[in-house]
Unconditional design. Structure first.
Length: 152
């Protein structure tokens, strides 16, 4: 569930992860081509191979660790309490409480089965749409439209 919420909050994450790898691959191929242009240059060859390997495997090495750390805190089992009131959004999980008033939010959208709330300073927050029943969902939509957060 935490990974799905992360993907809902960061829909362009794939492009951000693959763009540096593509740049490194292109640079590595260019360096290898330059290394073999006239006479083989061992330094350019080694440097080109290193950059090419970074392009191929660097994304996995660096992003897997970072993503695992980001999702680890979210994936702890336990009860999560979500309260949506006239004052704002409050979530309590793993002994921590986050409360944000509605004026700090910029937008709300239903993305891949999650309500994604974007704030000015905190980034994005998401909760599963299945946490609300049909009546609560309609009430939530109405309140989000009233506050100017939901465009549709």
């Amino acid at each position: 569930m935490a990974r799905q919420a992360f993907r809902a909050c960061h829909p362009h994450g794939t492009l951000v992860r693959w763009l540096p790898a593509g740049i490194y691959l292109g640079l590595g191929i260019l360096l290898l081509a330059l290394a073999f242009r006239d006479a083989p240059d061992p330094r350019a060859l080694v440097f080109g191979v290193v950059v090419l390997v970074l392009g191929l495997f660097g994304r996995q090495i660096f992003n897997v660790r970072r993503a695992a750390r980001a999702v680890r805190a979210l994936s702890e089992s336990g009860t999560t309490r979500l309260e949506l009131s006239d004052a704002g959004y409050t979530v309590e999980a793993s002994g921590e409480t986050i409360s944000l008033p509605w004026p700090t939010f910029k937008s709300a959208a239903l993305v891949r089965g999650f309500w994604v709330l974007t704030t000015e300073s905190e980034g994005t927050l998401a909760f599963p749409a299945s946490a609300l029943d049909a009546a609560q969902t309609e009430a939530f939509r109405a309140v989000m439209r009233e506050k100017g957060l939901l465009k549709r």
